[in-house]
Ligand binder design. Sequence first.
Ligand code: TYM
Length: 358
Amino acid sequence: MNKKRIFSGIQPSGNLHLGNYLGAIKNWVKLQDEYDSIFCVVDLHAITVPQDPERLRRQTLDVAKVYLASGIDPEKCSLFIQSHISEHAELAWMLNTIAKMQDLLKMSQFVDKAMKGFDGRRGVLKKKIEGQIINREVLFEEETEQYLIYKTGVGLFDYPVLMAADILLYDTELVPVGKDQVQHIELTRTLANRFNKKFGDTFVIPKPYTTEVGQNIMGLDDPTKKMSKSAASEYNYIALTDDKETVKRKIKKAVTDSGSEIIYSNDKPALKNLINIYSLLSDIPAKEIEKRYKGKGYADFKTDLADIVVSFIRPFQEKLKEYDDEKVLEILRAGAEKVRPLAKKKLDEVKKRIGFII
Ligand code: TYM
């Protein structure tokens, strides 16, 4: 009994890809035996950017199917839809009252999303935000970086506070995520400590759980940017639903570095990323992969990598087909009923601490 708790979630806002699997879900599967595990489809987060209602419904179920097909076992874990537990939004509101604008303006993902499609100068942006955030005259005069920030939805800005609420509601100790989410977990820790200091010990202080190699899978078209659901080009990612031909085409087109040797090195970031994917899917260490391809070139390596990806993706896609919407919804509703008492208990405790009449 008394296993430590983990919590994590994914937004139903686009095609799930190898980065989501290798950075997050693969670890969830590994950890589910050892930890009391709660996994959520974070639909409230997804609406921080525009969503088509029908697509949102579809993708919410599809993300849950990916969890199940990856090996998340609903007998061992609780799986649910975030909006089914209203305590998430309620706690987020309360945490909003202790979060500071300055905490949230530091969140690079917000800045990235707000600036999407804008060829801005980030260094300048940060300075300007800190110096001029209340200077409206300048902000609305021209298409400046600040102007884009001011046009961004409040939900997108506030999104990390909702994530903090997700985590803190369940006395979570570890949060298995990719590197891009670590900053949000730091914020969660800050808010939890601030609340505990002000109102007395209420929240467990969580830690991120990442793996060295999988935490940051980069785009196949650009190894300086992470693989992303919302990338402009489909050559950035391998979607978990891509068919064999698409996988082969994307890997063939993946950018590589100068030279022709298969070397695992920071000086060859594109190749390093491909070797990481190869290694994570085959369980062969990078150094061993280097040895295997000694004297061979990129073409051989890429052909084998495509085969390895396909041999992961094919059985995965077969499993995906086993789940129909009704069955998945049943699992999600049962999961919500399992976690509801935990969420209610924590929120009641928070309300009492703040001074609400229960
Ligand atoms: P999201 O939906 O963007 O991504 C889901 C998970 O996939 C990881 N990930 C990656 N890992 C490695 N390489 C990549 N290229 C890559 N791209 C994505 C993410 O780090 C994440 O773990 N805010 C979160 C969802 C969330 C959440 C939470 C997570 C909401 N509440 C509470 C943990 C706990 C997000 O947008 O993830």
